[in-house]
Design a binder for this molecule. Structure first.
Ligand SMILES: NC(=O)C1=CN([C@@H]2O[C@H](COP(=O)(O)OP(=O)(O)OC[C@H]3O[C@@H](n4cnc5c(N)ncnc54)[C@H](OP(=O)(O)O)[C@@H]3O)[C@@H](O)[C@H]2O)[C@@H](O)CC1
Ligand SMILES: [K+]
Length: 490
């Protein structure tokens, strides 16, 4: 498991590490890693666009008053020694890291009030983990005036709320963010995560000192492999888990087809469908056993209820039947609307429930839209309803009722397509049926669904929900293989 640590947790780890090192060592490690990445970017730009490599390139630094500016200035000094023309602009009066500014000047860089209008690379060293949200006015003006081929944020895109990923004011939009020691929540949560661009982690030796419980957990291939239930020689279709899908209607048969596609792509051995779109499901998936009603479906190890299901009395009655079962349940789409209207139907429930709201559904359940701190927003709803909550978005968040928050690292815009959520919900129910716990199933489903979106959309192809369902087994295979041979994943 990987994670993202709050600014305070990073500072605690940093002070333990620094106590054992000569002064300035950590900043030099950070600056060296940053300069290496900048040099790589400049070389790539030369190959692609025929512009300068490091030698002869123009680099502008927006330098804030603290150590973040220090990192940027020391890295820029390294680039200046390799022949880059470096201009550093102090953006908070004259306050800049004095030792780093002197190092830059010695290397041939210049501190200026007005830099060139165009540069090959702009280093955002305005604010790091000591920054409050928002940017100083001079930084805003410079960002508007400078045309940069690539913007590299130092540690975090300046202006974001580091611990929550909220972006209440102006902030830098980076092409690449070079982060030191660990991810911070802003790299994986909320609108801030959209400003990060490609994230590069520089190892500065902090890992052994970080709290084992990060503020936000981030799953990796190893977690997925550890949680996955591989069928053994004694398994049969029942022991692998039976998943029940209560979805779709005469009006929305597609939701039933897509949700069962998702369920069939998962690890369970048997998929039952209960609902009025049975004919459509049977035609598309002859392996699914269909009934008209939940009551007739027989035993299952996990249910999905909700996609395309309707919100009328018949749907409410079916939802009640699902919730009466002792099996874990995923509630999606129309089931969330029904829970918002009749919250008492959840109150008797003891077996795990996973809710999968997008923002409007969240509002129906919670009474107000999710806060900009989406990790906290998911966690308060999870606690109130004693459920796991998967809050959908460009960076999906999962919160368990005991306060664990996970950010999904694999999401991508291609997944914002009709029916994609039905596939996700069906797949998640299959993971639950195979014995995975509520939060793990939600985390694993969003992780693999994101990878499947990438596989289906490779080569910038348009992606449909059916494509995502077809790509899910490939995503599973790639993840389990990569976990065995970590170097195989590019
Ligand atoms: N931790 C580590 O492991 C390592 C950390 N390292 C680096 O240190 C960075 C953290 O540096 P840092 O603590 O000096 O804080 P930083 O973010 O540069 O800025 C604080 C200054 O900004 C000001 N200020 C704040 N908000 C503002 C606003 N909205 N608008 C305007 N001004 C604002 C605030 O002034 P104040 O107003 O509070 O007086 C203060 O002067 C970290 O991100 C990483 O890059 C690496 O070198 C090595 C390993
Ligand atoms: K920064």
């Amino acid at each position: 498991m990987d994670g993202a640590w709050s600014a305070a947790a990073v500072r605690r780890a940093e002070s333990q590490l620094m106590a054992q090192l000569p002064p300035g060592t950590l900043m030099q490690r950070a600056a060296a890693g940053l300069a290496t990445e900048c040099a790589r970017i400049l070389m790539q730009q030369r190959r692609k666009r025929g512009t300068a490599g490091v030698y002869g390139s123009t680099v502008i630094v927006l330098a804030g008053p603290g150590d973040n500016g220090g990192d940027a200035l020391f890295a820029a000094a390294r680039l200046a020694r390799r022949g880059a023309r470096v201009f550093a602009v102090p953006v908070m009066g004259d306050r800049v890291h004095p030792v780093a500014a002197a190092a830059l000047t010695r290397a041939g860089g210049r501190l200026v009030a007005t830099p060139p209008r165009h540069c090959d690379l702009l280093l955002d060293g305005v604010l790091g983990i000591g920054g409050r949200p928002g940017l100083p006015g001079r930084a805003i003006d410079q960002l508007a005036a400078i045309d940069a081929d690539t913007i590299v944020a130092v540690d975090v895109p300046s202006g974001v709320d580091v611990d929550t990923g909220a972006v209440p004011g102006s902030a830098v939009t980076a092409d690449v963010t070079v982060a030191f020691g660990s991810r911070k929540p802003c790299h994986v949560l909320g609108r801030a995560a959209l400003l990060v661009g490609r994230l590069v982690l520089v190892d500065i030796g902090l890992a052994p000192y970080l709290d084992p419980h990060p503020a936000v957990r981030v799953a990796d291939d190893g977690d997925l492999a550890a949680w996955w239930h591989e069928p053994g020689p004694d398994d049969d279709k029942y022991t692998r888990g039976v998943v029940g899908v209560a979805a779709g209607s005469e009006r929305y048969p597609g939701a039933a087809v897509l949700a069962t596609s998702g369920a069939l792509a998962g690890p369970s051995g048997y998929v039952r469908y209960a609902g009025t779109a049975a004919e459509h499901v049977r035609r598309r998936h002859p392996e699914v056993v269909c009934t008209q009603e939940v009551k007739e479906a027989g035993r299952v190890q996990a249910w999905l209820a909700g996609p395309g299901f309707g919100t009328d009395e018949a749907a409410l009655a079916e939802l009640r039947h699902v919730l009466e079962s002792p099996a874990p349940v995923v509630l999606d789409a129309d089931a969330l609307t029904l829970i918002g209207e009749y919250p008492s139907v959840l109150s008797q429930r003891e077996a795990p429930v996973v809710l999968t709201p997008h923002d409007r559904e969240y509002e129906r359940l919670y009474g107000s839209p999710p806060a900009e701190d989406r990790g906290a927003a998911a966690a308060v709803l999870a606690k109130r309803l004693n459920c796991t909550v998967l809050l959908k978005g460009h960076h999906t968040v999962v919160a368990s009722s005991d306060g664990e928050v996970w950010a999904n690292p694999t999401g991508r815009p291609q997944l914002a397509t009709a029916g994609s959520g039905d596939v996700l919900a069906g797949f998640m129910a299959s993971l639950l049926a195979s014995g995975m716990g509520g939060a793990k199933a939600a985390v694993a489903a969003s992780y693999l669904h994101g990878l499947a979106g990438g596989i289906a959309g490779a080569g910038h192809r348009t992606v449909t929900a059916s494509d995502v369902a077809r790509a899910l087994p490939l995503a599973v295979g790639a993840t389990l293989t990569a976990a065995e041979t970590p170097s195989k994943r590019s």
